[in-house]
Design a protein around this ligand. Structure first.
Ligand code: IVH
Length: 679
C-alpha cells in the first residue's frame, strides 16, 4: 500500500517535531512541551507507521521504545576486533610511569627525546558497544562478546536517547563508533526508587544495571532503564578521513553529535598522566557516574599503528585503576548507635573488607525504614560502598546467599546505652533516645561535636579520651572541660604528662572562639555551620541571640531560618540545663567574639544570596564553586526551595534542576556563575 501524500508529510513533520523536543529535553535540559503533549505526538506517529509500515524510517524516534522481544541475540562478527586494554593495578604514580617507559622503549626513543603525547580520558564502568552507522544511519549495535563475535543488541541500544539514530552533517559510508553504555548514579537511584515504590526488584549497582539492560531480550524492559553512552574510539571506517590523533577523532565524533565525555586532556609524558590521574581521583565522587580508573592512549594514530598489539592488548593504551569503591562482605551483627541528638542509627558490623582505600568494618544503615527497605539481615552477604570521605553504607543485599532463618532487624525499644525509652514520632524517619544529656552516649557525642575542628577546635580530644572522661565521671558538660586539672588528666589511661599538658593548652586556646563557631559548637538541633553563621551575622553577639532566642518570630527573620529551625533554637534556649552550661562556659572565661552584623560583601551581586549546586561543572569542583560563592558572602544550600536565588547546573544535573524549573528559580551555568562572581 502506498501511503497517501498527507500521511507521508505528516509523518515527516511529526518525526521532526519529536526530534526537536528530544534534543531540547535530553541535550539542552530545557523541555519545550509538557510530557502529555509529547506523548500525543509520539502516539500519532506510531499510529501512522502502524497503518503504513512503509513510512517507518530507520531513524524514526518510535524505534526508541523497542520492538518485539527476541528469542536470542544474533551473532555479529566484528570487522575490526574489539580488544581489551591492559590494566595497571598499581594505583600510584608507578602505573603511569611503567606505561610511559614501555611506550618509549617500544618506540626506541632515546632518553633525550621529548615526552610522548598522550590522550587521557576516563575509564567508564559499563559495557563496551560497537555502533555501526551506514551513510549516517545507525544500522547495528553489538556487544563486545569475545572480541571477535558479539551480540546484536540494536533494538536495545536504540532506546538510549543519547545515541543518535542519525549522525549530523555529511556522513561517511561506514563509521563504527565504540564506546561505553552506562547508567548514571542519579538515574540508577531514581530507577531503584521507582521500582521500590512499585514493589519491583531493584538493580544491584549501575554497572549491572547497564549490562543487564543491554542484554535484555525484551526491548521494552531495556527502554525503561535510563542508560547513557560515551564514545571513546573507532571500529571500521569507510569514506571518512580519519583524523591524525585520538583526540582529533573524539572531536570529530562530537561534531557528528555523538556524546563524548568532556573530562579528557592531551598530556605530555608520565608526569602529566599522573597529574590527570590524581585530578580525576579528586573529582571522582562528584562525577554523576562511576569510573574505575582513567585510560591513557598514545595520541598519534600513526604511532598507535607502529606500536601494535601484544596478546590481544594494544601496546598504545593502558587503564590506570583507582581503588574500588564497592566490595562484598558479610554482616556479623546489626547494632544501633546513639547520636548527639539521640538519633538511633542502625549500623551493620561487617567482616573486615578493603574498599575505597581503607579497611571497613562498619557501615551505616541510616534508619529503621532503610533497613526494612534494603532488607538487611544478620548473616547476609552485602555490597558495601565507600566513596571519598562519605561514611560507608550498605548498598544492597545478595538475597540468594541469605542463610536460612536469618532474623529480621527489630528496632530496640530502650536505649542500649542509658535504658531510656526510644521514641519515633509518627511522621519522622528517625527514632530517638529520650534520655537527653542523661544518656552518656549523647553526652559523649555532644562533647565530641563541641571539640570538633569546625567548632571549638580542641585538638587531641578524641573519642577514646571522651569515653574515659565521661565514664570516669570527670566531665559531664562541656563547661567541665575547662575545669579539668592536670593531675587527674595525666593519670588517665594512655595519657601521660606531655599529652595532658598539650590537651590543657588546646583547651585554653579554644577560649576565644568566633561567634559562629561557638553557636555551632552548642549543638542545637538543626543548626549546622551555615545557620550558625547566619544567626551570628543577624544578632551580632551571644547576648543578643539569647535575648531573641525565645521568640520564634524574631528568629524567623534570619535568612533561611524557617519554623522548624526556629523551634529547635527556641527549644534549646528554653531548656534550663542548656542555660546552666552556657553560664558555666562564660564563668570559665570562654568568650565568643562578636560578629559584624552587616553582610560581609554587601555590594557584591552574590552577598546574601542562596545557591544550590547540581551536576558536574566543566572546570570547577563542587568544593571550589562553594568556596568562591561563600567568599563573596553567598551561601550554598543542599536543596532547592522557594528561598533559593540561583541554581548552578552542570552536566547530568538531576532532580534539583527540575525543582528549580518548577519553582522558577534562576538557573546559571558555570560561565554565568563566573560572570556573577566578577560582578
Ligand atoms: S579503549 C583497544 N577507552 O574498558 C582499546 N576502553 O578493556 C579499546 N573502557 O571493555 C578500549 N572506558 O569497555 C577504552 N575510555 C575508554 C574506556 C574503555 C571504559 C572499557 C571498555 C573495555 C575495557 C578495557
Amino acid at each position: 500500500m502506498v501511503a497517501p501524500r498527507e500521511a507521508v508529510e505528516r509523518a515527516e513533520f511529526l518525526r521532526g517535531e519529536i526530534e526537536r523536543h528530544n534534543h531540547a529535553y535530553y541535550d539542552l535540559d530545557a523541555p519545550t512541551i509538557p510530557d502529555a503533549e509529547y506523548d500525543k505526538l509520539f502516539r500519532e506517529l506510531q499510529g501512522l507507521e502502524a497503518a503504513h509500515p512503509e513510512l517507518l524510517t530507520a531513524d524514526s524516534p518510535t524505534l526508541r521504545v523497542g520492538g518485539k522481544a527476541l528469542a536470542a541475540f544474533a551473532p555479529v562478527r566484528h570487522v575490526v576486533p574489539m580488544l581489551s586494554i591492559r590494566t595497571e593495578t598499581e594505583t600510584g604514580p608507578a602505573g603511569a610511569e611503567a606505561f610511559d617507559a614501555r611506550v618509549r622503549k617500544a618506540l626506541a626513543l632515546p632518553e633525550s627525546a621529548p615526552p610522548v603525547e598522550y590522550a587521557a580520558e576516563l575509564k567508564f564502568d559499563g559495557l563496551a558497544i560497537n555502533l555501526r552507522y551506514k551513510n549516517g544511519l545507525l544500522v547495528q549495535a553489538a556487544t563486545r562478546g569475545d572480541g571477535e563475535t558479539g551480540e546484536d543488541v540494536t533494538q536495545n541500544i536504540r532506546t538510549i536517547q543519547r545515541i543518535p539514530l542519525r549522525l549530523r552533517g555529511s556522513a561517511p559510508a561506514i563509521l563504527e563508533v565504540r564506546g561505553e553504555v552506562f547508567m548514571s548514579r542519579p538515574d540508577f537511584e531514581r530507577y531503584n526508587e521507582r521500582q521500590r515504590k512499585l514493589g519491583k526488584p531493584t538493580l544491584v549497582n549501575p554497572r549491572n544495571g547497564a549490562a543487564g539492560s543491554v542484554r535484555q531480550l525484551d526491548p521494552k524492559v531495556a527502554a525503561e532503564r535510563p542508560l547513557s553512552f560515551y564514545a571513546y574510539g573507532l571500529g571500521e571506517t569507510e569514506g571518512w578521513s580519519v583524523p591524525a590523533t585520538h583526540n582529533g577523532v573524539l572531536d570529530a565524533l562530537t561534531n557528528l553529535e555523538l556524546p563524548v565525555c568532556e573530562h579528557r586532556i592531551v598530556a605530555y609524558g608520565a608526569s602529566e598522566l599522573i597529574a590527570f590521574h590524581s585530578a580525576i581521583l579528586a573529582r571522582r565522587d562528584s562525577l554523576p557516574f562511576d569510573i574505575d580508573g582513567v585510560v591513557y592512549k598514545v595520541n598519534s594514530l600513526a604511532l598507535q599503528a607502529e606500536l601494535g598489539f601484544v596478546s590481544r592488548e594494544p601496546r598504545w593504551a593502558v587503564a590506570h585503576k583507582y581503588p574500588p569503591q564497592e566490595a562484598m562482605t558479610t554482616v556479623e551483627a546489626i547494632e544501633v548507635q546513639v547520636g548527639r541528638t539521640g538519633a538511633i542509627t542502625p549500623v551493620a558490623r561487617l567482616a573486615p573488607v578493603f574498599v575505597g582505600g581503607v579497611t571497613v568494618t562498619n557501615a551505616t544503615l541510616h534508619n529503621e525504614d532503610e533497613v526494612r527497605r534494603k532488607d538487611v539481615r544478620l548473616g547476609d552477604t552485602v555490597i558495601v560502598r565507600r566513596a571519598g570521605d562519605v561514611i560507608p553504607e550498605v548498598v544492597s543485599v545478595l538475597s540468594e546467599q541469605r542463610p536460612i532463618m536469618a532474623p529480621e532487624f527489630v528496632m530496640p525499644r530502650i536505649c542500649p546505652v542509658c535504658g531510656s525509652a526510644i521514641e519515633r514520632p509518627e511522621d519522622e524517619a528517625i527514632a530517638r533516645c529520650t534520655g537527653g544529656l542523661y544518656c552518656p552516649a549523647q553526652r559523649k557525642q555532644a562533647l565530641l561535636h563541641f571539640a570538633g575542628r569546625r567548632a571549638m577546635d580542641i585538638e587531641g580530644l578524641g573519642e577514646k579520651l571522651v569515653d574515659q572522661l565521661v565514664d570516669g565521671g570527670l566531665v559531664k558538660t562541656t563547661a567541665d572541660l575547662y575545669r579539668l586539672d592536670f593531675e587527674r588528666l595525666a593519670a588517665l589511661d594512655r595519657m601521660g604528662e606531655k599529652s595532658a599538658k598539650n590537651l590543657l593548652d588546646a583547651i585554653e586556646r579554644s577560649k576565644t572562639p568566633t561567634l559562629p563557631r561557638f553557636v555551632f559548637a552548642l549543638g542545637i538541633r538543626n543548626v549546622g555551620e551555615t545557620t550558625a553563621k547566619d544567626l551570628a551575622r543577624h544578632f551580632g553577639s551571644l547576648k543578643a541571640l539569647m535575648a531573641a532566642a525565645r521568640d520564634e518570630a524574631r528568629l524567623q527573620q534570619v535568612p533561611d531560618v524557617g519554623p522548624v529551625v526556629a523551634a529547635s533554637i527556641a527549644h534549646f534556649f528554653a531548656e534550663p540545663h542548656n542555660i546552666e552550661v552556657i553560664d558555666g562556659l562564660l564563668e570559665e572565661k570562654v568568650s565568643p567574639g562578636n560578629t559584624p552584623m552587616a553582610p560581609l560583601a554587601a555590594d557584591s551581586a552574590i552577598a546574601g544570596k542562596t545557591f544550590v549546586l547540581t551536576g558536574t561543572l566543566p572546570t570547577l569542583s563542587r568544593e571550589e564553586a562553594k568556596a568562591l560563592i561563600e567568599a563573596k558572602g553567598g551561601k550554598v544550600a543542599g536543596s532547592v526551595s522557594k528561598k533559593t536565588h540561583f541554581v548552578v547546573a552542570g552536566a547530568e544535573a538531576g532532580s534539583k534542576l527540575d525543582k528549580a524549573r518548577e519553582l522558577g528559580v534562576e538557573i546559571l551555568d558555570e560561565s554565568k556563575l563566573k560572570e556573577l562572581l566578577q560582578a
